[in-house]
Design a binder for this molecule. Structure first.
Ligand SMILES: *[C@@H]1O[C@H](CO)[C@@H](O)[C@H](O)[C@H]1NC(C)=O
Ligand SMILES: *[C@@H]1O[C@H](CO)[C@@H](O)[C@H](O)[C@H]1NC(C)=O
Ligand SMILES: *[C@@H]1O[C@H](CO)[C@@H](O)[C@H](O)[C@H]1NC(C)=O
Ligand SMILES: *[C@@H]1O[C@H](CO)[C@@H](O)[C@H](O)[C@H]1NC(C)=O
Ligand SMILES: *[C@@H]1O[C@H](CO)[C@@H](O)[C@H](O)[C@H]1NC(C)=O
Ligand SMILES: *[C@@H]1O[C@H](CO)[C@@H](O)[C@H](O)[C@H]1NC(C)=O
Ligand SMILES: *[C@@H]1O[C@H](CO)[C@@H](O)[C@H](O)[C@H]1NC(C)=O
Ligand SMILES: *[C@@H]1O[C@H](CO)[C@@H](O)[C@H](O)[C@H]1NC(C)=O
Ligand SMILES: *[C@@H]1O[C@H](CO)[C@@H](O)[C@H](O)[C@H]1NC(C)=O
Length: 479
């Protein structure tokens, strides 16, 4: 069956019914309406931060969507070719329905990668298709791996105005051999991510499905003005480090309408590691997360840290749902990290089947190397949680700061936690923290005394929340 026959049948049906419908109207109106309907049905429309003047299809560059032919060269030459249009209205590369096997490739500026419905990018399982690239300056030696790190499947480096979108097309990392080899401790380099975008401003990732990454799924690092929305991320819950989205040393980020099932944190907010992150000094700040649904039995819905040495500030999370997940919005740091986590606002969480609701720890003791300063202690302050309903919970709150440097400014209000049959006797365990609570059950620890307050959530909107979206399109018949 031709790839478009279903749609063409639909088109004919629609046009036919419209013709009958408008039969009673005068001819010129009917004609103009037909032209409009035809136009609508032969183009694909999509919302994006910028539209493109030039369009190309992967097959023009030798792409073969049979699931077996390697398309790395097709992607690389298509993008090299389309980069010529960066200063002339930009370009969009359409990936049609099919299975497109590929190794790592780089994106370009003023560029859109569009995955049509039924388009699946399959990541090669051959390590040689992922070159070894430079370590990240804010992380030092990548997780102690002497050989550095593998390039991600899709890389964007030092770009402006990049869109990865589609009609829910899929990028499948085919991570199984990577997970197995990692579990056996056989790697000398850090596994590839599915998408990594560095030093880029104006980034949109939307309306796609990402699955089975060898490691993290989406890693924007040193970026600004990032919109991630309508993204589904699916990985087996038992595989290592398959984090969903990791905003890392980024400013002005909006993550909305995402559904994540993962073997690690659904979203992990980071900003570099120990002395390397402190030196690089680039925080993650002004981040909005909204309408996230998470399933992650061994990790957090949203983790702040543990690599947070450049600082994390002004995070606003709302309308968060977690099911069968280890914790909700978790803070993790360790002596040596330095940095700060402050001005964190969380409201409207619905949690079902959780090990922890509130989990804050200063004892997440993994280090890049022994060069860290044990006296570099994070400042944790102004952490607000309100309007929370949780069911089937084992432990309500475990909050522990540093003896030499207590975590301050906690506020928890309007939280109703219902315990599981296996719930621990001690529901709250607080050490070296300061804060207040209001209308919280079960009754919080003494370090969170009752105060008649509603924990704050900013009233203003961040600029990234009001970024205008244009309606872009390309002609279906073009294919
Ligand atoms: C790439 O760009 C050049 C110059 O703009 C153009 O002439 C050529 O046809 C393009 N190549 C392909 C394979 O489309
Ligand atoms: C991507 O671009 C970077 C920086 O220019 C380069 O080092 C790297 O080799 C490129 N990777 C691929 C797969 O082309
Ligand atoms: C990208 O930008 C960073 C920061 O400005 C710079 O250090 C790095 O060399 C640039 N990389 C490339 C490949 O241009
Ligand atoms: C996109 O595809 C995924 C995987 O098939 C599916 O779970 C999800 O519901 C789809 N999303 C939309 C908006 O259609
Ligand atoms: C993209 O996803 C958003 C949010 O899920 C949805 O509102 C929108 O209709 C989708 N757009 C397309 C072109 O699929
Ligand atoms: C709650 O504790 C029980 C007993 O230890 C355990 O089996 C269960 O997995 C825990 N629930 C979660 C969500 O971790
Ligand atoms: C990195 O090396 C340090 C010191 O040798 C060690 O303590 C730490 O566990 C290592 N980290 C990882 C992730 O392997
Ligand atoms: C308490 O939280 C629940 C759940 O989010 C919400 O429905 C309710 O309106 C909140 N109550 C107040 C007084 O804000
Ligand atoms: C409470 O937390 C502290 C610090 O993390 C820990 O040492 C202690 O064992 C915990 N107590 C209980 C009863 O879980």
């Amino acid at each position: 069956m031709s790839l478009y026959s279903k749609n063409s049948q639909l088109n004919i049906l629609v046009i036919f019914s419209i013709l009958i419908l408008v039969g009673s109207l005068s001819l010129p109106i009917a004609e103009s309406r037909n032209v409009q309907i035809l136009k609508r049905k032969t183009t694909i429309d999509y919302p994006a931060i910028s539209c493109r003047k030039h369009t190309a299809v992967l097959t023009e560059f030798g792409g073969v969507g049979d699931g077996k032919t390697l398309n790395t060269k097709a992607f690389q030459s298509a993008i090299a070719n389309l980069s010529q249009h960066a200063s002339d209205g930009g370009a969009q590369l359409i990936v049609p329905p099919g299975k497109w096997l590929t190794g790592s490739f780089n994106l370009t500026s003023h560029f859109t990668l569009f995955l049509q419905e039924g388009a699946v990018l399959l990541a090669s399982q051959n390590e040689a298709d992922f070159p070894i690239i430079d370590i990240l300056p804010s992380y030092g030696r990548e997780q102690n791996f002497s050989d550095g790190r593998y390039a991600s499947l899709i890389i964007g480096m030092n770009l402006t105005d990049v869109v990865i979108t589609g009609n829910n097309g899929t990028i499948d990392g085919q991570g199984a051999p990577w997970w197995e080899k990692y579990k056996k401790g056989l790697f000398k380099a850090t596994r590839p991510f599915l998408i990594e975008i560095l030093h880029t401003s104006q980034l949109q990732i939307s309306n796609i499905t990402l699955t089975n990454s060898p490691s993290w799924h989406v890693h924007p690092i040193y970026c600004s003005n990032v919109v991630i929305e309508g993204v589904t991320i699916l990985a087996p819950v038992e595989v290592p480090n398959t984090d969903g989205i990791n905003p890392d040393s980024c400013t002005n980020v909006r993550i909305e309408d995402v559904y994540i099932v993962s073997g690690d944190d659904c979203i992990a907010i980071k900003s570099g590691w120990d002395q390397y992150g402190i030196k690089y000094g680039m925080p993650t700040q002004h981040l909005v997360i909204r309408r996230l649904t998470c399933i992650s039995p061994d990790s957090a819905t949203i983790a702040l840290g543990s690599e947070m040495s450049g600082g994390i500030q002004d995070v606003r999370a709302e309308d968060i749902t977690a099911i069968n997940t280890q914790s909700a919005v978790r803070i993790k740091t360790a002596p040596g990290r330095g940095g700060y986590i402050k001005d964190i606002f969380v409201r409207r969480m619905t949690l079902k089947t959780m090990k922890y609701v509130f989990w804050v720890s200063g004892a997440y003791k993994t280090h890049v190397d022994n060069g860290y300063d044990p006296n570099a202690l994070a400042e944790i302050n102004n952490i607000n949680y309100r309007d929370i309903v949780a069911e089937n919970v084992n432990i309500t709150g475990s909050l522990s700061g540093f003896e030499k440097d207590p975590f301050t400014g906690f506020c928890i209000s309007n939280a109703t936690i219902t315990l599981s049959e296996t719930a621990k006797k001690v529901q709250w365990n607080c050490t070296y923290i300061e804060g207040v609570s209001n209308n919280v059950t079960p009754k919080p620890c003494d370090l969170l005394p009752q105060k008649d307050t509603r924990c704050s959530f900013p009233e203003d909107k961040l600029p990234i929340e009001t970024v205008p979206m244009k309606t872009c399109s390309f002609k279906k018949l073009f294919l």
